[in-house]
Ligand binder design. Structure first.
Ligand code: NAD
Ligand code: DAU
Length: 337
């Protein structure tokens, strides 16, 4: 592939993916389309800004004229759609931007790709479209969609549109669904970067409910390698699950983070639970292992320790992103805590 276009490349996973693409595919140009919302930070890609194979175009994926003009200008062989509103709690406060970017944005991108003739489209989706598990069982690609939050509903709606475009127009799309990512450059509204940055600042760690909810953690680079494999070797019309095979309750993870930051458990504050809080996510990723030759490689202990070290070393990055908009959101979500 000569040119790949990604959307949302200034966010957490997108920026890790762009960096990986530039390293792993030395003959390929990467075009990054990002609207630079509160979660999009060009600083995340400052180290590649001068790379001659990196092109940035600021703009909104819901703007059809803009999207089509960038596709015509750069002529990518493939598009990977990361652009999204990604935080569940924000979708509970206001679902409007989620429907706009996650649903309408995906539709606009696919229509523009069809018009210009892009050969492959990868929709970056989430395990949250499957809803919640009880104490046992795993999500497979056959698990029925049963989203429980405005965020996951918007992602499921986008997945349904992708399915419909593939079925109706033979649109060459692949969908990937991954569990909870962690790693460098994650916006400190999500559990791990929020709790690490709060702990380092001796602030309380707001655990929802009793902390018994379970998430399946995967290092962001393992997710990015999976997306790359699905992009190049996945079959159009197929869905591929990725997970870290690393289930943990929120409270166990919180205590581990306090150990890694050398902070006391007295920083833990139990706060009102998230409305509609999904109990447990866990992924069966045997299809990706079998069909794509992919598997998670980063051991959780190593990945988590490196991630904590990254946040320790990048306090200026954390301070800058925890700016005006973040403070307003924090006040609305957590009150005075
Ligand atoms: P993020 O919030 O860190 O980044 C989202 C990026 O999209 C930002 O750079 C933002 O500026 C950009 N964006 C938002 N609206 C846009 C618009 N209208 N036009 C153009 N750009 C826009 O998100 P993330 O955590 O990196 O997630 C990336 C994708 O991966 C999302 O689609 C998310 O649903 C999916 N996903 C995330 C996880 C996770 O654990 N974080 C797991 C599975 C799937
Ligand atoms: O599963 C994949 C999904 O993982 C992605 O699709 C989403 O984009 C991503 O945000 C993430 O969703 P979660 O809701 O699972 O992640 P979050 O980091 O917000 O929360 C993880 C768990 O921690 C969840 O059970 C809620 C809990 N939590 C979260 C926050 C922010 C707390 O207890 N306190 C908090 O302050």
């Amino acid at each position: 592939m000569k040119t790949l276009l990604v959307t949302g490349g200034c966010g957490f996973i997108g920026s890790n993916f762009v960096r990986l693409q530039l390293e792993a595919h030395p003959d390929q140009t990467v075009v990054n389309v990002d609207a630079l919302t509160y979660a999009g930070n060009p600083e995340n890609l400052a180290d590649v800004a001068d790379n001659g194979r990196y092109v940035f175009r600021k703009g909104d994926v819901t703007d059809r004229e803009f999207v089509e003009s960038v596709l015509k200008e750069t002529r990518p062989e493939a598009v990977v759609n990361f652009a999204a509103e990604s935080h569940v709690d924000r979708s509970i406060l206001d679902s409007g931007p989620f429907v706009r970017t996650n649903v309408v944005g995906t539709q606009v991108l696919m229509d523009a790709c069809r018009t210009v003739g892009v050969g492959r489209f990868l929709q970056v989706s989430t395990d949250e479209v499957y809803g919640s598990l009880g104490e046992t069982g795993l999500f497979t690609e056959e698990t029925p969609l049963a989203p429980n939050s405005p965020y996951s509903a918007s992602k499921a709606a986008a997945d349904c549109l992708v399915r419909g475009y593939h079925h109706t127009f033979d649109f060459p799309a692949v969908v990937t669904r991954c569990s909870n990512n962690y790693g460098p450059y994650q916006f400190p509204e999500k559990l791990i970067p929020l709790f690490v940055s709060n702990a380092l600042a001796d602030k309380s760690l707001p655990v929802y409910g009793e902390g018994t909810n379970v998430r399946d953690w995967i290092h962001v680079l393992d997710h990015c390698r999976g997306i790359d494999a699905a992009l190049r070797n996945g079959t159009p019309g197929e869905v591929y699950n990725f997970g870290g095979e690393c289930e943990m309750t929120n409270i166990a993870l919180t205590k581990l983070l306090l150990k890694l930051t050398d902070k006391p458990e007295s920083l833990i504050t139990y706060v009102t639970d998230r409305p509609g809080h999904d109990l447990r996510y866990a992924i069966d990723c045997s299809k990706a292992k079998r069909d794509l030759g992919w598997e998670p490689e980063v051991p959780f202990e190593t990945g988590l320790a490196e991630t904590v070290a990254w946040y320790r070393e990048n306090t200026e990055w954390v301070d800058r992103v925890k700016s005006g908009e973040y403070l307003k959101y924090y006040e609305e979500q957590y009150g005075g805590r």
